[in-house]
Ligand binder design. Structure first.
Ligand code: ASP
Length: 324
């Protein structure tokens, strides 16, 4: 009898497990002309590694927060994406990074803005969520808090890559000659992740160097909860990339959740609506990744391309860049 009960509860527990899912993005500023076969292969490799590290955590019964964090750390450490090492540069040629994370179970959130030397801003965002009564810390105060908690720091040379210096040079040249380059060619690779764990909890995170040639002190949507990042258990987890000012004005990440909650939209309809109907009205360019509590995903973008990738319980890797 006892054995039967044990077996029944094991079957019930298994049946009650949510379908683990991880979706990541590497920015919506990619064009075919920009992407050599070598660069594409290198980007795909990093996206695959990020998916695998997050999926292992989910598969082993870890939390969606840990999976989001693990995937984003790998993307921040890669110079190929605009977050951590390889961040876009300010008009002064320096790095000012923003990141945020949200725990859909606890409705908790943490974010850091304008940090210049913390190796992994996503770790700082998580610490702010878990060890302070605040949501968002900026600049020197955020770095002092990171130092108190022994986060890893790096010198400016670590973050600033020759490729981003070249993009800044082009951006400044275009600005001086009043022939603005398409800002899409100058903005690449903000990173983000959304995950669903076996317990059915959702989490989202985003990390970025911001927009190329931005003014010192400019903060985009990525560290703004509700604009660049949002997660709520039972509803959805969202991470955005694109023209931050537009995403703040349209409160994009929360708009997806609001449509699901109040208009009973499914995740694909809610995500498509904001990216393809609302944002274009305000010249907002970009994309998002979204995931609902049943493991359904949406990855709309209104730019030529967005690095995005996903993995579900079966462990199969899916990577996409342009509209297939
Ligand atoms: N959304 C980011 C920002 O405006 C940039 C990006 O996604 O590429 O800071």
């Amino acid at each position: 009898m006892k054995i039967l009960l044990f077996l029944l509860s094991a079957v019930w527990l298994h049946a009650a497990e949510a379908p683990v899912t991880l979706v990541i993005h590497g920015g919506a500023g990619v064009t075919r002309a920009d992407l050599s076969p070598e660069k594409e292969a290198a980007c795909r490799k990093v996206l695959e590694e990020a998916l695998q590290s997050g999926h292992k955590i989910l598969h082993d019964g870890g939390t969606s927060l840990d999976a989001v964090q693990a995937a984003i750390i790998l993307l921040e450490d890669s110079p190929l994406f605009n977050a951590g090492r390889g961040s876009a540069l300010t008009s002064a040629g320096t790095v000012e990074m923003d990141a945020s994370i949200m725990d859909g179970q606890k409705h908790a959130a943490g974010a850091a803005a304008g940090v210049t030397s913390v190796r992994n801003p996503i770790l700082l965002a998580r610490l702010i969520m878990e060890r302070t009564p605040h949501v968002l810390l900026a600049g020197q105060g955020a770095e002092a808090f990171a130092r108190e908690h022994q986060l890893q720091f790096e010198p400016a040379e670590y973050f600033i890559t020759p490729e981003q210096q070249e993009r800044l040079r082009k951006a400044k040249k275009a600005q001086a000659s009043a022939t603005p380059l398409s800002d899409l060619t100058l903005r690449m690779g903000t990173v983000g992740a959304v995950a669903l764990d076996k317990s059915g909890h959702l989490a989202a995170g985003t990390s970025t160097g911001g927009t190329m040639n931005k003014r010192l002190g400019r903060i985009g949507d990525s560290p703004i909860i509700g604009a660049g990042t949002y997660a709520e258990d039972g509803v959805c987890a969202v991470s955005c990339t694109g023209h931050g000012e537009s995403f703040i004005r349209s409160v994009v990440a929360y708009d997806v959740a609001a449509h699901m909650k109040y208009a009973r939209s499914d995740v694909a309809t809610a995500s498509r609506r904001i990216i393809h109907e609302v944002l274009p009205k305000h010249e907002g360019k970009g994309g998002l990744i979204a995931l609902d509590a049943a493991g359904n995903i949406a990855t709309p973008f209104n730019t030529p391309g967005m690095f995005h990738a996903w993995i579900k319980a079966d462990g199969a890797i899916h990577i996409a860049i342009f509209e297939e």
